[in-house]
Design a protein around this ligand. Structure first.
Ligand SMILES: Cc1cc2nc3c(=O)[nH]c(=O)nc-3n(C[C@H](O)[C@H](O)[C@H](O)COP(=O)(O)OP(=O)(O)OC[C@H]3O[C@@H](n4cnc5c(N)ncnc54)[C@H](O)[C@@H]3O)c2cc1C
Length: 317
């Protein structure tokens, strides 16, 4: 028991960024533990990319579209076969949903939303934010150990290697108690905040739904995704998939621009680990300025259009 198994998600053979991140840290852990890196997928076509990130084997299950119960059965079969010391899940909605269920099924410990991982004295050592990211807890998980990785915390790094060897998994299919009745696809071309390098987020300071155009214009110009505070989601100005924070998504982009957002603790819990934070707020006392690297005290309806214009000019050169 020394290897690492990573639950991966892909579309048409292309791995999600969060899966590439999990494979990259998985490879380092496997090296430290003296074992092999393997991946789990429902797509045979993911073998090339999984190999590119260091996986020697790809366990493929014919489990169809995501369903917690079906995937739990399939992944438990992969764990039974691969006998890994560590199982990693990229911290997507699916990964975060699946990890505790699989952990309970195979009687393993799980550390969630981790931003550091190392193999230490035969255990998985993980760092995870607690109390809305006010403090970090370092935990040791005995093997088999599981963890979900925080988006953007582990840089994806390719390894030299060919396609992973595909291993078809046999598992007993279940009749799921919960069924997917509808799937909403984001508008074409819209970046997901979970994967974006740059996020431009709007808050209640926008005053009304249609003013999200100020956020979208800047996001388009700068090549970023549109984020939002819960106040705007609760007001029905924008979909929940854009919400950043404790009850939304946890993000760590390279650049987070917060406009008209006060910086409540529940919002900070979702974005305080961003590499660079820029805040635009007309209140100089707004708490967001305490964690901002660059603060603009001003009216967002003046600052954002000016910034958008400057970005467009700079990009035109
Ligand atoms: C259990 C729980 C979970 C929660 N989860 C989340 C979560 O996941 N995410 C989240 O965001 N919140 C969450 N909240 C809500 C959170 O406490 C705040 O209420 C929310 O974040 C406030 O959103 P806001 O900053 O957009 O609005 P406000 O706090 O109202 O701030 C608006 C800001 O806009 C500024 N402003 C106004 N006009 C302008 C202008 N013209 N130009 C520039 N600035 C302007 C104001 O100065 C103010 O600072 C949660 C709360 C609870 C209790």
């Amino acid at each position: 028991m020394a290897g690492v198994l990573v639950f991966t998600e892909s579309k048409d053979g292309k791995l999600k960024k969060i899966s590439r991140e999990a494979l990259s840290i998985g490879r380092k852990l496997a090296e430290a533990a003296g074992g092999e890196l393997a991946a789990f997928s429902v797509e045979r076509g993911a073998a090339d990319e999984a190999g590119k990130y260091g996986a020697k084997k790809l366990y493929v299950a014919d489990a169809g579209a995501y369903n917690t119960e079906q995937y739990t059965a399939a992944l438990a079969a992969a764990i039974e076969q691969a006998q890994p010391a560590i199982v990693l899940f990229g911290g997507s909605s699916n990964g975060r949903d699946l990890a505790p269920r699989v952990a309970a099924r195979v009687n393993a410990g799980v550390a969630s939303d981790v931003d550091r991982l190392e193999w230490k004295d035969g255990k998985l050592r993980a760092r995870r934010p607690v109390y809305s990211s006010k403090v970090f807890a370092t935990v040791d998980v005995s093997t088999p150990a599981m963890a979900t990785t925080r988006p953007n915390a582990f840089p994806p790094e390719e390894a030299a290697g060919g396609a992973a060897e595909v291993v078809d998994l046999a598992f007993t299919k279940v009749e799921p108690k919960a069924k997917v009745v509808d799937t909403k696809v984001p508008e074409a071309g819209e970046l997901s905040i979970a994967e974006a390098d740059i996020i431009v987020s709007g808050g209640r300071g926008l005053k009304e739904a249609q003013n999200f155009s100020y956020i979208r214009d800047l996001a388009h110009a700068i090549g970023g995704a549109v984020g939002a505070s819960r106040a705007t989601v609760d007001a029905g100005w924008i979909d929940h998939q854009h919400q950043v924070g404790q009850t939304g998504r946890v993000v760590s982009p390279n650049l987070y621009i917060a406009a008209g957002i006060s910086g409540a603790i529940q919002h900070l819990a979702g974005m305080s680990s961003s590499k660079h934070i820029v805040a635009v707020n007309k209140d100089p006392e707004a708490p967001i300025f305490r964690i901002a690297d660059l603060g603009v005290v001003g009216d967002l309806f003046q600052v954002l259009p000016a910034l958008t214009e400057e970005v467009k000019k700079a990009r035109a050169h």
